[in-house]
Write a new protein. Sequence first.
Length: 102
Amino acid sequence: MSMFCSKCKVLMYPEGDFFVCKKCGFKKKKSGSNIIVNKQEKREVTLIEDKNKTNVLPKTKIKCPKCDNNEAFWILRQMRGSDEPESRFYTCAKCGYKWRKD
């Protein structure tokens, strides 16, 4: 079974027991149970805005460029493609200054 509209040749989307073309409105009844629809899951993201709660992050010995303190919290984030290395973000444990190191 093709999931493309036979009239305008664009991808049709599932709605109930039908596939519906978003361009022209053509409907086609679903047949068979071999069709899997991937539904996106909602992800929960935790933001740490309170300076007193940053102590849950890992610490490392690194010199802060602002206050010369030798301890900072760090996190890793993938900023570019998966074939590129991740970036490490630091937050000074003393003054709260944030900086990035690729």
